[in-house]
Design a binder for this molecule. Structure first.
Ligand code: NCD
Length: 319
């Protein structure tokens, strides 16, 4: 895809046309109108580097890479020289020198990749950076919504939970309004911002009135690992009573609407087991569609023809 960014950090790095292009390509992969990308000269090498825990994202990228026919490198950061104090840039330049073309990285540091945007040591896809962004999750969520036949124009979706600390939430807030969807961020104070200057985003502390106004719901895990030094822990005990979704509540409020969750879910806290086992729950559809959307993103970044990668003092490290 022309002009696809070589460091894909945030939804705002893409134009709406590029996002629509990704949806079309993901659909083609899903419909198996073609399986592999057409790598004519050389089979690319793609590395997965996860500096934070992951089940869904890491495996979905790994499967997407293999389905595309790329070589796959599981770059084990725990046993790498990053643990000896090597900088991320030096590590990425080393991988590039070894022939790796693209690195999918997850890190606990927000905006970790911003420094590489004007001088990329290697092509990078953000697999989630701290509390900042998780753009591929939001894109696969959008793809899932279109696959379910949801037209976002004029609709309202609630994001319920720890919106302030959720990178998934931040990416959705950038993405869905581009398609005409309004968002209500719902949770206790401290989990939702006090205000928003974005016309498409409202804030609420009241679950019942929020859910009643929404066409579909997106619930988030409490990001406990990002709460050190805050007083957010005070919400943990009462969370399910005040903000948890379960079948009984949705039936009482007469809401027969799709419920999305990026996983991993803390069952009995933000969502009940009975709701996850019901046909309203779309978490597994999201996982299914993650493969095809990530195939589309990997193909687009690998084929962007950017020659300004891995340059030191005006020279490319390798061809
Ligand atoms: C999310 C993440 O890691 O940001 N999970 C995912 O990638 N599917 C959500 C979370 O950890 O709560």
């Amino acid at each position: 895809m022309n002009n696809f960014p070589s460091v894909f950090e945030a939804i705002s790095d893409l134009s709406k046309d590029q996002i629509e292009g990704l949806l079309i390509l993901a659909k083609k992969y899903k419909d198996r109108s073609y399986d592999k990308s057409d790598f004519t000269n050389r089979i690319p090498i793609v590395a997965n580097s996860f500096l934070e825990n992951s089940t869904r994202t890491k495996n979905s990228f790994a499967i997407a890479i293999k389905k595309l026919g790329c070589h796959y490198l599981d770059f084990n950061t725990e046993t790498s020289s990053l643990k000896k104090g090597e900088s991320l840039e030096e590590t990425l330049l080393t991988l590039y020198s070894q022939g790796v073309d693209l690195c999918i990285i997850r890190t606990s540091v927000s905006h970790h990749f911003s420094e590489f945007k004007n001088n990329a040591p290697i092509k990078i896809i953000n697999g989630g950076d701290g509390t900042n962004q998780h753009p591929t999750q939001a894109l696969l969520d959008l793809f899932t919504m279109t696959e379910l036949g949801i037209d976002l124009e004029g609709k309202t979706m609630a994001i319920i939970g720890d919106c302030v600390h959720s990178r998934v939430g931040h990416s959705l807030m950038e993405l869905l309004p581009l398609f005409g969807c309004k968002i209500i961020l719902c949770g206790p104070s401290g989990f939702v911002p006090e205000s928003s200057d974005n016309d498409s985003i409202e804030i609420s502390n009241d679950l019942e009135s929020t859910v009643k106004r929404c066409d579909f719901l997106y619930t988030l895990r409490i990001q406990k690992e990002r709460h050190s030094g805050t007083d957010q822990t005070k919400h943990y005990e009462t969370y399910h009573d005040k903000y948890g979704l379960n079948k009984e509540r949705l039936e009482k409020w007469n809401k027969n609407v799709p419920v999305f969750h990026p996983g991993p879910a803390n069952i009995g806290i933000e969502i009940s087991s009975d709701l996850m086992k019901s046909n309203l729950y779309k978490g597994y559809d999201q996982v299914v569609n993650s493969i095809h959307m990530r195939m589309a993103i990997i193909t687009s970044i690998l084929s962007n023809n950017d020659k300004n990668i891995g340059i030191i003092d005006g020279q490319r490290i390798r061809d």
